[in-house]
Write a protein that binds this ligand. Structure first.
Ligand code: INI
Length: 156
């Protein structure tokens, strides 16, 4: 990847061994959330994260995800966190509030605590879109958590 010979460049490191990962999952739209979770756990274990180094915290809805993330982040026990949930427009007229505020909360936690948080909260128009995207979205969130955890170690 190094394009510039004299510039030090960080590398994408997806080795998950020894990493401690916290997942916070909303139970709202549970089928989609569980699809996200299985994609995420599959990616984490595939890349070497031990299931004994993971914690799964569940909350009622996406709006409750940030406060639980913040608690995990401030515990100092986790290298990275993952937010998992599904906000589906068909189910709510306050779709924008739930999707925007949950995303804002997730970003705030990572910026204010320095613990990376992968945003695996799906926002879709309907159930079908959620079901067709959940596996890949969960997987991507798991990979982002590993990469960012390693990057934070590399930079400190
Ligand atoms: N929470 C979700 O995670 N997904 C949704 O689609 C959703 N809808 O449709 O409203 C949702 N609402 C609940 C919200 O996250 C809170 O739990 C609730 O407002 C209580 O604070």
């Amino acid at each position: 990847m190094a394009k510039y010979e004299h510039i030090e460049e960080t590398e994408k490191n997806l080795n998950g061994s020894g990493l401690r990962i916290g997942m916070v999952m909303s139970r709202f739209n549970i089928e989609a959330s569980e699809g996200l979770l299985s994609g995420c756990v599959a990616a984490l274990t595939h890349h070497g994260v031990n299931t004994s180094d993971m914690i799964l915290v569940t909350v009622p809805g996406a709006l409750e995800i940030p406060v639980a993330l913040r608690k995990l982040a401030s515990s100092g026990k986790y290298d990275a966190l993952v937010a998992l949930g599904a906000v589906i427009r068909g189910e709510t007229y306050h779709f924008e509030v739930v999707s925007n505020e949950s995303a804002r909360g997730v970003m705030q936690v990572q910026q204010e605590t320095g613990v990376p948080v992968a945003n695996g909260i799906l926002t879709t128009e309907n159930d079908d879109q959620a079901f067709s995207r959940m596996g890949e979205k969960g997987r991507d969130a798991g990979l982002v958590a590993i990469e960012m955890a390693n990057l934070m170690r590399r930079l400190s």
